[in-house]
Every structure is written in C-alpha cells, then in structure tokens.
Design a protein around this ligand. Structure first.
Ligand code: MG
Length: 336
C-alpha cells in the first residue's frame, strides 16, 4: 500500500527573472513523498505556467497517478504509463520519487542502480538573465567558479548584454534566446555572436516555426539547440533537420525514464544533447544530475537561482556537479 503526501513551496528568486516573455520574483513547486513499506521516496514537480500547469494541477495529477501504480519498485515505466495528459512535471515528480524509493529499498545510490559512470560528468553552466549592465556585471562576478556561462537574450539590447558579459570574462558562453527572435533577427545576430565566442544558441525562434528553423540551420555558423520546440522523445525525429541538438528537461518530458529515451533517440538522429532545468530545488536538480554524464552540455543551475532551497543534494565543485553517495537520490533536508 502506497501513501502519497505533497506540499507546495514558494521558491524566492535571487534576482528578478527577466525573460523574453516576462518577469518574475518567485516560483511555486510541489514536493511529493511516496511512502511504501516503511520507506519514503521523494520527488519534485516544477510546473510550467506556459503549458497551463501549476502546483494545484500537479498535485491532483500526482494523486491520480499514485492511485494506479501497482508495484512501486517497477519504476522504469510506472510514472510514464500512469501519466496524466498535460502534466509532465507531476509525472517527473512521481518518477523521481519511485526511483528514490527503489534506491533506498536496495540501499544503493540511484546512479549505481541506473549503471551510470559519474566520473564523466560535464561542467555545468551558470545562467545570466537579462538585466542592466550594472546588475549583469554583478551576476557575472557571482558566477565565479563556473567554467561556462549561459546568457539569456531576446531583446533589442542583446548586443550590449553580451558585450558586457564578454568584457568581464573569457569563459565559453552559450546563448538562450527563449523564442525571442525572428528569422531576420537571428541571421543578423549569429555572426557577431560567433565573433564574441558563443558556443551555441538555444531556441532562437518561436517553438512552432520549424520551416524558418530549417532555413536558419542551413545558414547558421553556430549550432542551434531546441528547447521550447522539444518535449518528449516523440518530438525529436521531426526536429533533426531544424536543429543541431536538443535540451532535455525533466519537467518537460516527464522524468528520468523519458529523458533516457530522449537521449537514445537524439543520438540515433545525430543530435547533440544538453540537459537543462526550470527554477527548482536541489531535489530535481540532483535527479537530473544523475543522467548528466550521458549528455554533451549541462545547464543545471535552477537551485542556485533561489535563496530558500530546502534541500542539499548534488553540489558544484570545480564547475561540475558532484552527486551525493547516499541511497536513492541522496537528497537530504537542509535543516537536519
Ligand atoms: Mg531554454
């Protein structure tokens, strides 16, 4: 018999988040606990407002899913099979909690149960949001210790933003336009982006503009990564000619099981793979970090953008995430 508990938590952002599609100061996530046979597995949903999800709808979805799951240890496809349509963040939370529970049951860290070599962890990037030159300078200085920066663009100020960052640091820079450009904007920017040492560009055009993306890919001097254009594995084949790679996020795809399928499908299509996140606690970041050794680029900094992370899990050392060695996800409460 499984018991589900859940709790919504408001995460306070260190800096107001300025994106091409609007600003925000806090984000609400849902922590779920699945209790079975004296052990508790935990997971996190960071619902995505863009897709009509919130903590309340994620909670209802998690309840509906857990009510139908038979064997909690058969985690591989359990969450996927019981998923509620349109609620991938809840699916990710239940998948995470079942895997955490299984790890605790078998007394092994989840990465060992999944057969993942943690010695091949790529460096992770730190995100710099759009802001005034003064605040950007401050943010870049806060990012000391990270070997790669990701800069959010998508406004008329793009060039000034990136030049401000480049003046302060020589490190590799990745750019995320968050659907903020037109085809013409993108073509005009890609040249100087390359000159400023940008490694790749994430989601230059709105998600639906695949014909324009195919055109842009033909002319682009830089690799182009799909984020808003890709959710799950089934989306990948039609993106192969429009992008050079994909950004996998647990909250978009529905958890670690689907993320693994996406990695296999993307590799089969010759695509690069990055692993991203939403604003989330160390719970979901640690879950994602478990598969980071399987991808090319890692952007798992959502827990570092908040001031009230309730958990301790994977931590950045010398630019790379180091996973905890306790059973399951290895995440513990910050207070204890
Ligand atoms: Mg993105």
């Amino acid at each position: 018999m499984m018991r589900l508990r859940h709790q919504a938590i408001d995460l306070q952002l260190r800096h107001t988040f300025r994106l091409a599609r609007g600003d925000s100061d806090s984000r609400r996530v849902l922590i779920v606990e699945i209790e079975h046979d004296g052990l508790i597995g935990r997971g996190e949903a960071a619902p995505i407002a863009r897709y009509g999800q919130d903590a309340e709808s994620a909670a209802r979805a998690a309840e509906a899913m857990v009510a139908q799951i038979g064997d909690p240890l058969a985690f591989e496809v359990a969450a996927n099979r019981m998923a509620v349509a349109g609620q991938p963040a809840a699916e990710a939370a239940v998948d995470m909690a079942l895997r955490d529970l299984a790890g605790k049951r078998f007394g092994a860290p989840l990465y060992q149960m999944m057969g993942i070599d943690t010695s091949t962890m790529p460096v992770t990037s730190f995100t710099i949001g759009m802001d005034t030159p003064e605040i950007i300078e401050q943010k870049v200085r806060e990012a000391e210790g990270f070997e790669v920066l990701k800069v959010k663009l998508g406004s008329p100020d793009d060039r000034r933003m990136l030049e401000t960052v480049r003046k302060i640091t020589n490190c590799p820079i990745r750019v995320d336009a968050n659907e903020g450009w037109t085809l013409e904007d993108a073509l005009a920017r890609l040249e100087w982006l390359q000159d400023l040492g940008v490694e790749f560009v994430e989601q230059p055009l709105p998600a639906g503009q695949l014909a324009e993306m195919r055109e842009l890919k033909k002319q682009s001097p830089l690799p182009l990564m799909a984020d808003e254009s890709v959710g799950r594995a089934e989306d990948i084949p039609r993106l192969a000619e429009a992008f050079d790679g994909i950004n996998i996020k647990l909250m978009k795809c529905g958890g670690l099981g689907e993320a693994l399928r996406m990695i296999h499908v993307a590799r089969a299509h010759g695509l690069k793979i990055m692993l991203g996140c939403m604003v989330e606690t160390s719970m979901a970041i640690t879950a994602a970090a478990h598969i980071a050794p399987l991808v090319d680029s890692v952007d798992l900094d959502g827990n570092l953008l908040i001031t009230n992370d309730p958990f301790i899990g994977a931590e950045v050392k010398e630019g790379k995430l180091v996973l905890p060695s306790e059973p399951g996800l290895g995440v513990r409460d910050r207070a204890s």
